[in-house]
Design a protein around this ligand. Sequence first.
Ligand code: HEC
Ligand code: HEC
Ligand code: HEC
Ligand code: HEC
Ligand code: HEC
Length: 289
Amino acid sequence: MRWILCLLLAAACGSKRSSPSKATAEDLAKALPPRTLRAVDPAPVDPRDYQRAKWNPIHFRPAIDTATDQQCLTCHREVLEPSVRATSPAGVAAAASLAWYQTLSTYQGDQDTFHRRHLVTPYAQSVMQLRCTTCHQGSDPRDENGASSATAQPGLTLRKMVAPEICQMCHGSFPYQSMGVPGPWSEFGSAFNNNCLTCHAAIRTVRHRVNYLKAAEIERLAATNSDVCYGCHGGRAWYRTPFPYPRHLWPGAPTAVPPWATGRATESAARFLAPAPSDAPTHPSPATP
Ligand code: HEC
Ligand code: HEC
Ligand code: HEC
Ligand code: HEC
Ligand code: HEC
């Protein structure tokens, strides 16, 4: 009985194989992955389909430019949900191992993950409003190289998921050389009452007008604690060089541009001026303390 069935099936397969293919080139083109990611709708896919999710066009331009945190978090809740272990596997307590940069007075609460420190901890929420796409502008999961194939998004930083210049904006060194401050803030801050606003109440006052910072709250907190300013301008410097900030003209600015500032932009980067993608923030601001 069984072998008769097998024979019948084989015959059916054989006859199918021998029939001429009706697929046209157009059909084939439709079945192929799209040549360019531009035309693809970044509609949510089933997050359990790993390959489709990994190559979801939301990871690339142009879709990433308008992606909301909500969309990213549909699949990536893991970046915000777990925190760090209370003790390392070897038994070292996280609470007992503070790094030098965790001793600035603005650092509060238990140790936490990188993403949580920038997105959900109370201090982060009071001075910043970072989005996934403030830092993530695309990355090629195949080889982390934006120039290795015709379909890759050009302009990506080689072997990086985030362009380091973005980190440098808040983690560059303290540019005392352009300020008339004689040396590092840790040595000479006391000569200025440890207060950046000694000068910055009147100098470069047009600042922080970007969609990922809370300008008014920064000034309010900095009025009583200069570690707020220093925290983003040298206090947590992962880079030996300062970021070349745009130089907005401010009321009362001298007309001559100092030599170090020649060629500087006079406005913040366009993508930071646009209103952030229009969803309600996934991490709403806490009531002001
Ligand atoms: C449909 C689900 C889905 C959505 C939506 C999604 N991702 Fe992903 N993403 C994935 C999967 C799956 C991977 C592969 C993870 C792995 O290999 O570990 C991935 C990988 C990544 C990676 C690592 C890439 C690498 O080079 O290894 C980053 C960074 C990332 N996603 C950021 C984002 C951001 C930012 C958004 C929103 C703009 C987003 N993702 C939206 C599913 C998604
Ligand atoms: C302050 C900048 C910044 C913000 C904001 C940010 N990320 Fe990341 N993200 C990073 C960096 C840096 C890495 C590590 C990159 C590497 O290893 O090359 C990373 C890694 C990742 C990865 C890879 C997996 C992993 O854990 O290493 C995913 C997925 C990811 N981010 C998703 C998100 C999502 C979703 C959001 C928004 C909720 C977000 N990120 C917000 C900077 C940021
Ligand atoms: C808009 C400003 C801003 C940007 C952009 C930014 N950071 Fe930060 N970063 C901060 C602030 C503020 C803190 C301190 C948070 C606190 O003390 O609670 C911090 C803290 C950190 C810490 C210490 C975390 C800890 O638990 O002690 C690391 C590491 C770090 N940032 C790395 C990065 C990297 C890497 C990037 C780029 C992918 C980046 N940051 C981009 C503002 C920024
Ligand atoms: C002695 C006065 C003085 C003090 C104190 C001072 N600054 Fe400045 N700062 C200046 C001057 C002057 C400039 C350059 C103005 C210009 O653009 O012509 C400047 C520029 C800057 C810039 C822009 C640099 C650039 O490359 O565009 C930043 C950021 C900055 N200051 C942050 C701080 C912070 C943070 C503190 C405290 C930790 C501080 N300053 C303390 C006088 C001061
Ligand atoms: C959370 C991080 C953060 C804090 C806190 C912070 N800054 Fe900034 N600051 C930045 C970033 C990022 C930029 C660049 C914004 C842009 O591209 O326009 C910037 C730009 C500046 C500039 C250049 C202004 C210009 O011409 O555009 C000055 C000056 C400056 N900050 C001084 C200060 C002072 C003074 C304080 C305290 C009152 C302070 N910052 C607090 C992140 C921070």
